[in-house]
Design a protein around this ligand. Structure first.
Ligand code: UDP
Ligand code: MG
Length: 322
């Protein structure tokens, strides 16, 4: 099968028939073999009934339904697990992403050898309150991840099958799938300008909290990917630095006082000097960081993923026969 279209949805009943018809039109026009994987993320409207009806007319539709609302990331993760196609395309169910983009996305993966192609909603049809923070957030994501994408959180993306089978999306990490994939070793990440439309039915499912949670998630991904398997290198080096700075300050104060006493000069009590408290604080914090490092190492050690690596290819031998 050439294509899997993974579509997470939460209360999108009105959009589904139109979306499905549109996808079918594009797929038949290009003669793709495909499947549509609907993931109903615990909708409380009649989305699921509609999916059942649509399936009766189109056997290429498969679907799964969460008992409750787990979030878009959970939907994508389970959709990825189900997907069978050579190229997996994710899109939103709200008709904001256009299925017309699919053939070109497919071509970019199969012919240009890209691992991921991310959509870029260059001309967005969303309120300003959303587009301005988004610019800032994409800039931060570019700086932290080193991936030159304009629009990390675009719902419309295409992946080589390998990619989605090797990564795990959880929490609200769907905003950073290119970053997760990069850390899993997939570096050929491309971008395509895509059409974007205003939401026709229903309402957006994400509010302002995304702009607080988003950057926090980015920090988590970056930290876990870099230091997840060796946390002491992070905590230990920062802790050591702080402890040494504190130690140097204390030593300085001490020698100052000793010198003053031996010279018979006037001196201030060590505890009267602000610097002393700074030094003390630095030493205490340094020790705490060290401790955090040891604890993190012990957690990492007992993790079942401590020896989990992404192997892309292997060559097996017959072994020498006697
Ligand atoms: N979605 C989901 N679970 C949720 C929230 C959203 O599956 O908990 C789906 C939603 O139905 C849509 C896609 O994720 O298909 C993108 O959501 P939305 O259009 O609300 O986001 P926006 O376009 O405003 O960023
Ligand atoms: Mg939308």
């Amino acid at each position: 099968m050439q294509l899997s279209l993974v579509i997470p949805l939460f209360n999108e009943a009105e959009s589904l028939p139109e979306l499905t018809a549109w996808i079918e039109r594009v797929m038949t026009a290009h003669g793709f073999s495909y499947e549509i994987v609907f993931v109903d993320d615990g909708s409380t409207d009649n989305s699921w009934q509609i999916i059942r009806q649509l399936r009766q007319e189109n056997p290429n539709i498969i679907a799964l339904r969460f008992r409750r609302n787990y979030g878009k990331s959970a939907g994508l993760n389970c959709g990825f697990a189900k997907a069978q196609g050579d190229v997996i395309i994710t899109m939103d169910a709200d008709l904001q992403d256009s299925p017309e983009e699919i053939p070109e996305l497919y071509r970019m993966i199969t012919e240009q050898g890209l691992d991921i192609v991310s959509g870029w909603k260059q001309k967005r049809f969303d309120p300003l309150s959303k587009t301005i923070p988004t610019k800032l957030y994409n800039w931060a994501a570019r700086r932290m991840s080193g991936i030159q994408l304009h629009d990390f959180n675009c719902g419309l993306k295409a992946y080589r099958r390998d990619v989605v089978k090797s990564i795990e999306v959880y929490g609200e990490m769907h905003r950073y799938i290119p970053v997760i994939a990069k850390w899993a070793g997939f570096r050929k990440i491309g971008e395509k300008v895509v059409q974007h439309q205003e939401r026709k039915f229903g309402v957006t499912k994400f509010g302002m909290e995304r702009f607080i949670n988003g950057p926090l998630d980015l920090m988590v991904i970056t930290f876990v990917s870099r230091f997840g398997k060796r946390p002491m290198h992070f905590f230990g080096s920062v802790g050591m630095l702080m402890f040494m700075m504190g130690g140097a300050v204390s030593l300085y104060l001490l020698t100052q006082k000793v010198l003053a006493i031996t010279n018979g000069a006037i001196f201030r009590e060590v505890t009267d000097q602000p610097l002393f408290y700074l030094g003390l604080l630095a030493m205490v914090l340094g020790t705490q960081l060290f401790l955090a490092g040891f604890l993190a190492e012990m957690i990492a050690r007992s993790s079942s993923e401590r020896n989990h690596y992404h192997i892309s290819e292997t060559i097996e031998g017959e072994g020498s026969k006697v």
